[in-house]
Design a protein around this ligand. Structure first.
Ligand SMILES: Cc1ncc(C[n+]2csc(CCOP(=O)(O)OP(=O)(O)O)c2C)c(N)n1
Length: 622
């Protein structure tokens, strides 16, 4: 799930900041900013001139907020995927200006091929990757910890704890990037990205463009050049550690020395809330580690506890330095922290009195109702999966709103790995030769443009016998309705070239292609059946705009004529949240009723009702 955390309400606040666009001086102002807004503000203040991203919760609002700053200040764009976005920022850095790229943690996997080489190259204009992790997986397919990628790429990782730090650290990240000739990762997490706290904002510092620096050994990663650059990474790590000796990024708060807590990011606030009196070393940079200060801090206390979300990253660094420290023995390695989780950890460690509550839920006798997430009423993806069930297909799914078709009642997706993987996985299933069912890959419009084109080329090239269902709802619904190259609208709302999916797919060598209206249940079923019967690659484009984004499309509502309903419950297979059980019975089974406030008037239930008992609500009753 990728819920929409649109920050429209912040726009006027950001836009009202004096001197924002003209660089005029004014007294500092304090605003209640969401972490992502603060990162955007920090980038603008740092004089960033190019920003790119591919949406992904919890990072999406960074670019949406940046796009509210004047286009003359920052060129801001959605790219088709994170690697392209990263390359755009890298290109801008080569061009001598400051550049930011934003993504969610899994987006960094997509961009990491470029990052792993760019770290050897370094930067010209400052280059910052704002990467937002999602502990607890509120809206993600995994819980990976970006700090590990930072260490892998040997780039500094900054970890703000609140909106003020998000702003300040973003600004600082650009200075550090240029000072140490390195890309810098600014790591946020859902809690920071989506929570508001007060931040004092400043003015934009315009940066003179440095222009392109002709230096092939630095800029062109051939083996011979890379061999010269690799040792520089190691030197750079040492230089950053030297810098950290006297940096405000590492904050030593002296308190009770029986326990010393090393913490960072939002976990810092939880530590201060539940254990205000202990000594704390707050790290603003997790990689490289401020070794000297850390050693001194650990020497000054009797017992060292590390409180960090997700992986025992700092804890392992301490162990590698031979420092005795505890962390994950008491604090979970999975899920998101909260003051309760941190309090429990200190109880488990014997530092706070009282029972460990969260870790032992056996005492609780509350069974929360299971409420699986469902597709929206009127969602055009529904029919596709009805057809897949009817055709008993082996469905290789992908990531988007339509992944919800994996659960009851549609239950029509068999696998889902990562963005764009549906087509490649379908090819593999076909090549395995073990499948008796028709093999179908289902993929959304944005996901297809993100990473679905190369696998479709593969399918054609290697003559796989698969069907691809492209679910074109003309938006990125999952992350809140962003535009992409298939919508023909840019991040700033300007009209641009719109990808013609039919033309694109035919150009890849697909010869069997049909576009159908997603709301035409019969035509979609027939098209899928014909496609499956075709030997080789076939593509069906199921086309209909999302009912909610970019605008809510609500047609006249429908109602069930109770007398005619035979309680066959066929309509319940749609999983439409507007359809509910009625008190009325037919032969002991519940009849169905429609919640007219939720009904979008899509007609899907009307089309599949065998009793013809669903009709539009009479105008006077609406
Ligand atoms: C690598 C990666 N980047 C970004 C995301 C966040 N994300 C999840 S689904 C999705 C796109 C969905 O758009 P689309 O395929 O058009 O399907 P829709 O949600 O509109 O049905 C995005 C950006 C992700 N999960 N993984």
């Amino acid at each position: 799930m990728e819920p929409n955390h649109s920050n429209q309400a912040v726009a006027p606040v950001l836009n009202s900041v004096p001197g924002q666009s003209d660089g005029a001086q004014s007294s500092p102002e304090t605003l209640a900013l969401m972490g992502n807004d603060a990162i955007a503000r920090g980038a603008w203040e740092a004089g960033v001139q190019v920003a790119a991203a591919y949406p992904g919760t919890p990072s999406t609002e960074i670019l949406e907020a940046i796009a509210r700053y004047p286009a003359d200040d920052i060129q801001a764009q959605w790219s088709p995927n994170e690697k392209v976005a990263c390359d755009v920022a890298i290109g801008a850095s080569f061009g001598g200006v400051r550049a930011l790229v934003a993504m969610k943690h899994v987006g960094l996997n997509v961009a990491s091929d470029s990052l792993m080489s760019q770290t050897y190259i370094g930067v010209n204009g400052g280059l910052v990757l704002a990467v937002c992790d999602d502990p607890g997986m509120h809206s993600s397919q995994n819980e990976q910890d970006t700090r590990l990628v930072g260490r892998f790429a040997q780039v500094p990782v900054l970890e703000p704890a609140d909106a003020q730090e998000a702003l300040d650290f973003t600004r600082l990240a650009f200075d550090l990037s240029e000072q140490f000739d390195s890309p810098v990762i600014l790591r946020s997490t859902t809690r920071l990205s989506h929570c508001r706290s007060l931040a004092k904002v400043g003015q934009r510092r315009e940066k003179e463009s440095l222009g392109f620096r002709d230096d092939p050994v630095k800029n062109v990663m051939l083996p011979g050049h890379a061999r010269q650059r690799h040792p520089k990474l190691l030197e750079r790590e040492g230089s950053v550690q030297d810098y950290l000796r006297n940096s405000d990024l590492i904050r030593w708060e002296t308190g009770d020395t029986s326990v010393g807590v090393i913490t960072l990011g939002p976990a810092y606030s939880y530590v201060k809330e539940v254990l205000p009196e202990v000594s704390v070393l707050k790290l603003g940079m997790s990689f490289p580690l401020a070794e000297e200060t850390v050693r001194a801090f650990c020497d000054s206390v009797e017992r060292v506890i590390v409180v960090e979300e997700l992986e025992p990253f700092i804890e392992h660094e301490l162990h590698a330095l031979g420092i005795e420290a505890q962390g994950k023995a008491f604090f979970p390695r999975v899920g998101e922290f909260s003051p309760e989780v941190v309090r429990d950890g200190f109880r488990a460690a014997g530092i706070l009195p009282g029972p460990v509550l969260m870790l032992d839920t056996t005492e609780l006798d509350i069974e929360p109702l299971v409420r699986p997430p469902v597709l929206c009423a009127g969602c055009p993806h529904i029919t596709t999966y009805m057809a897949m069930r009817a055709l008993d297909a082996r469905v290789s799914g992908d990531i988007g709103c339509y992944t919800l078709a994996a659960v009851e009642p549609l239950k029509a997706i068999d696998t889902c790995v990562s963005m764009g993987s549906s087509i490649g996985v379908a090819i593999g299933l076909a090549k395995a030769g073990t499948e008796t069912k028709p093999i179908v890959a289902t993929i959304g419009d944005s996901t297809f443009l993100h990473a679905g084109i190369p696998p479709l080329i593969d399918a054609v090239y290697n003559q796989a016998d698969i069907t691809v269902l492209l679910l074109d709802n003309q938006t990125i619904a999952m992350t809140g309705g962003q535009d992409h190259p298939g919508t023909g609208v840019t991040l700033r709302g300007d009209k641009t070239h719109r990808i013609d999916f039919e033309e694109l797919i035919r150009s890849l060598g697909v010869t069997w292609l049909k576009t159908v209206d997603s709301y035409d249940v019969g035509a979609l079923y027939q098209a899928c059946r014909d496609a499956i019967e075709h030997r080789g690659v076939s593509v069906v484009i199921s086309n209909r705009p999302c009912v909610l984004d970019p605008v809510k499309i609500k047609g006249p509502a429908f109602q069930v004529q109770a007398e005619g309903c035979t309680a066959c419950q066929t309509c319940m297979n749609l999983g439409c949240p507007a359809l509910t059980w009625s008190e009325a019975r037919y032969e002991g089974r519940c009849k169905i009723t429609i919640d007219q406030a939720l009904c979008m008037g899509c007609t899907l239930c009307v089309q599949i009702c065998p009793s013809d008992c669903i009709q539009t609500v009479a105008p006077e009753a609406r």
